[in-house]
Design a protein around this ligand. Structure first.
Ligand code: ADP
Length: 494
């Protein structure tokens, strides 16, 4: 795919190099059954493309290929692995516009947001390029002096990476980059809504010099049937999943039969706390980011707002003005702030949560009405007086809807913030240092956005506590998810 001739427009979406076949062992191929499935544009509901629909046999072929490529890839010198990952970073940045267009077409977010996602995805390749040459170990004298302790870290082996539709480039990147950096090979199962971006990423990985078989991609409309046999196969050594808590539980149960190493990045139900001493304008800016980034379709999206009664009127008025001003439309239109939701099912879910909150006494300050016409649009919506009994306070909204409650007692606000099975991220706005530290310690989440509405960062450990997941991605710990520690006890007689 390296030369200009091959790197040509291969479709009518104005996206250069648009692969639609499975990628197994470095070659594109049709599904064993010959079947395909449709990928649609959420802004129009129209079919964008058809993609090969992997069968369970194709899944096993992909694992054959990952297993066969494993030994050689693990022996590629770290400097060479780093160079390849750096090249992936550079190619993604060079092709920002074409990747952004594809993300927008299949997922819906605005082009500006898609460009940000491309940069975020590229950062993981750059970050883990630097990590791959720094995989280290340990040498020490045993406690009683009779042995030497040598600790090494080795690649865990072939990995299955299952990714969601909401961030179709950066979620695969956040898994593929550390896996390859560690010396592992991978089978990627992208979400059925957004397989095109991941297939295109695999093209860039190959172009950057990743040997055949190191990265295999198997889109399928039958995820459980295709991934089940892989999870049961002894050659698979690692499962990394990002998606709903519900599917995460199913996969964890399946992985338990082989005690398979598993990383899970699951749902969130992020509280957003605005204390009486907060900088209200900063809180409003952070709230807009935390609520509307990715059209609210993010596990780190603010889900429940707790605002101190002393600043509630000002916060709500300013925040509602900003929400109302957001322009809803197709992600491809330059003026669009908020694209459509991913599909009709998701829009119905969001609308039902809003209706339920209203039945429980919530006031709708803006939005709340499903627009007519094609595409799965939903307006930016602000609800106040939200009852803790409303389903919207317990369920992940995954849409541009802010549910606001007020508080006067900080202890009670933290209790409510923590009253959820999830624990991914919390947002906290306060100018008081002592309160900031105290509440950050008390909030039961893997991450805290302190006076900041954005926590995603390639250099930071991303992940949750409670039922939001297991393990961390990015940061210093990201690569350790793909490494096994081995210790050699060396006898040193007196
Ligand atoms: P969402 O509800 O946001 O679509 P899911 O958790 O259903 O999130 O999907 C995330 C990823 O998990 C997708 O790639 C999807 O195909 C995959 N998936 C869904 N169900 C299963 C399953 N039972 N086994 C394996 N993968 C699954």
């Amino acid at each position: 795919m390296g030369d200009d001739e091959e790197y040509a427009m291969t479709n009518d979406l104005s996206v250069p190099y648009l692969p639609t076949q499975l990628i197994i062992g470095g070659t594109g191929r049709d599904a064993a059954s010959g079947a395909t499935f449709e990928v649609t544009d959420p802004a129009t509901g129209k079919v964008l493309s058809k993609v090969a629909d992997a069968t369970p046999e194709d899944g096993i072929l992909a694992l054959d290929s990952a297993a066969a490529a494993g030994a050689a890839w693990s022996r590629v010198p770290p400097r060479r692995r780093a160079e390849i990952l750096h090249r992936v970073h550079d190619l993604l940045m060079e092709r920002t516009d074409e990747f952004a267009r594809l993300i927008t077409l299949e997922m819906g977010k605005s082009l500006a947001e898609s460009r940000t996602e491309v940069a975020y995805a590229a950062q993981f390749f750059r970050w883990f390029a630097a990590e791959t040459v720094r995989i280290d170990g340990q040498w020490k004298v045993s406690e009683d002096g009779s042995a030497r302790v040598l600790v090494m870290r080795q690649p865990v082996g072939p990995c299955l990476l299952i990714t969601p539709w909401n961030v179709p480039l950066a979620m695969p990147a956040r898994k593929i980059a550390p896996a390859l950096a560690a010396g592992c090979t991978v089978v990627v199962k992208p979400a059925e809504e957004t397989p095109l971006t991941t297939l295109k990423l695999a093209g860039v990985l190959a172009e950057a010099g990743t040997p055949d078989g190191v990265v295999n991609v198997i889109p399928t409309s039958r995820p459980a049937e295709v991934t089940g046999p892989l999870i049961r196969d002894d050659r698979l050594r690692k499962l990394s999943f990002t998606g709903s808590t519900e599917v995460g539980r199913i996969l964890l149960a399946a992985a338990s039969s082989r005690v398979l190493r598993t990383s899970l990045e699951l749902g969130g139900n992020a509280p957003f706390l605005v204390c009486q001493d907060a900088d209200v304008d900063a809180a409003v800016r952070g709230a807009i980011t935390a609520k509307t980034r990715n059209i609210g379709e993010a596990c780190v999206a603010a889900n429940r707002f707790y605002v101190h009664a002393g600043v509630a009127d000002e916060f709500v008025a300013k925040f509602t003005d900003r929400m109302r001003a957001l322009r809803v439309g197709p992600g491809t239109a330059p003026e669009t702030d908020l694209g459509p939701l991913i599909n009709g099912r998701q829009r119905e879910r969001v609308a039902a949560l809003v209706d339920d909150a209203v039945r429980h006494g919530a006031q709708v300050l803006t939005g709340g009405v499903v627009p007519s016409g094609s595409g799965f649009f939903y307006p930016p919506t602000v609800l106040t007086d939200v009852s803790p009994a409303a389903a919207i306070t317990r369920e992940e909204i995954f849409g541009p809807v802010a549910a606001i409650q007020t508080f006067t007692d900080e202890t009670e606000a933290v209790r409510q913030a923590n009253d959820t099975e999830h624990g991914l991220v919390s947002y906290l706005y306060t100018r008081d240092l002592t309160r900031a530290v105290r509440l950050s310690e008390q909030l039961e989440s893997g991450m805290v956005g302190l006076n900041r509405g954005l926590v995603s960062d390639a250099s930071a450990p991303f992940g949750g506590v409670k039922q939001s997941g297991l393990g961390r991605e990015g940061g210093n710990s990201g690569i350790t998810e793909y490494l096994e520690e081995k210790y050699i006890a060396i006898d040193i007689p007196e």
